[in-house]
Design a protein around this ligand. Sequence first.
Ligand code: NOS
Length: 711
Amino acid sequence: MSPQGSEGSGGSLLSPSPLPPEGPHCGPADSCKAGSPVKPAPLEPDGDRPDSPKEILDLDSHNAAARRSASGFPYDPRTAPHPHMMPRPPYSTHPYHGAHYAPQRPHPHLMEALQRPPHLPFPPGQPRMALYGHPQASGHFQGMQVQQRALAPEHYLHPGQQAMCTGSPRSTGKTPSCRASCCPKIHALAHILHRRSPPNTAYSMAPQPFLHGLQVTVLSVLLLCWAGVCGGSPDPRHRDSLIQQEASQQTGGTVLLTEAERRLSTHLHKLKRQEVEGPQFPPAMHFFKARPFIQRSPVFKLLQKMPKGAALHLHDFSVVGVDWLVKNVTYRRHCYICFTPTQSVRFVFSATQPRPLPCCSSWVLLETLRAKVDNTSDLDHSLMQNLTLFTDDPAAAYPSQDVVWSRFEETFLAALGLVTHAPVFKDYFYEALRQFYMDNVMYLELRALLVKTYELDGRLHDRAWSLEAYRDVARQFVTEHPDFLGARIIFTVHRGLNLSEAEAVVEEAMQLQKKFPEVMAGFDMVGREDRGRPLWYFREALSLPAERGVTLPYFFHAGETDWEGRDVDENLLDALLFNTSRIGHGFALTRHPLAKELSRKRGVAVEVCPISNQVLKLVSDLRTHPAASLMSEGHPMVVSSDDPATFGATGLSYDFYEAFVGLGGLSAHLGTLKELAMNSIRYSSLSPQLKDKALALWQRKWDQFISENSQ
Ligand SMILES: O=c1[nH]cnc2c1ncn2[C@@H]1O[C@H](CO)[C@@H](O)[C@H]1O
């Protein structure tokens, strides 16, 4: 058999068209139309649904589904594959018309939340993630001791200001009233500001806003007023003072650098300036176009070598470069492929000819296929294209968010049959740890669906098996690489679930959390936020742990949208109300001042994934990414890479590059990078003891990096 489209140079692997009489084996007439990204919302009642690739890739399930679908339901959740495995999301564009979705109501807790001490508004029994507070700025924290964030009046009132008040260098002396009225007022205000500032402490691991927003405003107005009222032309020294103050507010703005670190910072700045002034500025381009420029960038090369700490926002099946999947996994024995009308592929490992899959052509053994095609590298290239979004012309390939998300979910479905084969599952995770380790990352937190894995003989493994596998592989990797710290898992489910499914899964999450406290970090809901159900819809399910007095830390995706005012736009506040430990993406945070303030005050870090947000079309030029402004005000944040394999990236360095060069611009310096790396440990789910260990390890690596690159 020769799949059309797989022959010839580099064309993408297409399903046979027109489809042969024996395939595709589709369910209900309209259930496998190519290209339609949405399905009607699943209706209750719920029932058992297949949720392993073996079940999804299984004719019996299909036949059963077809039989049950004859009942007249346009889409019956009892017969449908698990949402993660659906070729199209199992929810509609108008997902909330089901009886189980109560219309959005105002959040009565919210104002209460702001008025009470930070942890009180949250349900009892949902303890906040311990914030790491290092008692002394010593040992491995030496380099992290920072300047006093609260400035005394003499800091923001430059010594020269006294002189200026009596007349600027160019003063004509026309402001006699200044001395009498303006200066005392300014000093009085300055003293008030000083009193309101937090005490002079060594760097707190739970950073507080060093100046309250009001203080900053008053201070700025004060100094601008000074310049305008008290002098003819602003004093350059005052201008410098303002610039310095503003710079100190940014991420890393108060990190004290050693002499060697300053040298490297200056060098980095020079390199960055060359990129800013060069003909191509990668962060302004789509990542697929920018990648070759980034790969040549000396800044990027330094970032690759830099110890970046932890990657805290990653999805299970997009953490290993797709070339490894194709070159290694699809060359293993018993690997079958079929072709979907959506121009994608599915794989399965089976000792015997697998039963046909709905909406897919007949299964072909890849070994046989490879023997028949003229050019196996073209075939392999085509396979890779099905596992990634990467393309030379992203604008043409992905004209809208709908298109890119539909294709995005297809890449996960294409990988699913490969990565959930039990032996591959373990190898894949080991390879993920290796690739991140090679990129100088020392710890991962992986959002994992924990779908059933399968053996060649058809046996299935449950979620506990997957957690054990993650734990064992991580342990083995750490034994072999003692300077690596390991990984923890955030159990995730798709936000297309209905309420009773969500309740069942939260119950299971609580049990898994209890059974595997070492490896399981918590719980999250994934999938396209704009099309999924909002967190508030799941409130009864998400309240279960608190009601039972059980700990289930949340790490919610929230604000991964550029729509304002829709139901999902309240996910940010709801995530905070449900006491989320971090916020996945938080792209919309700058449009939610209250959520932003709460997240800052509580040290709930935003997991910023610049490349993901660009590829999934929330933003095109990364200089305008909202996290640029979060960064300039030192909002708690970490940088992560989300789905590097799908985006044609590896590890964390590409996203660090985009954050450092694009979001941070010329203002970001080595202190920014240092704080971002340390943040990744500070805001991780590790215990305080392990954070200490991680920071000590990171500091050793950092010192070595500085000594090797600061000459
Ligand atoms: O950026 C993201 N936002 C929301 N969901 C995501 C993102 N990246 C991946 N997934 C979800 O994670 C599942 C695999 O674990 C994918 O099916 C996708 O729905």
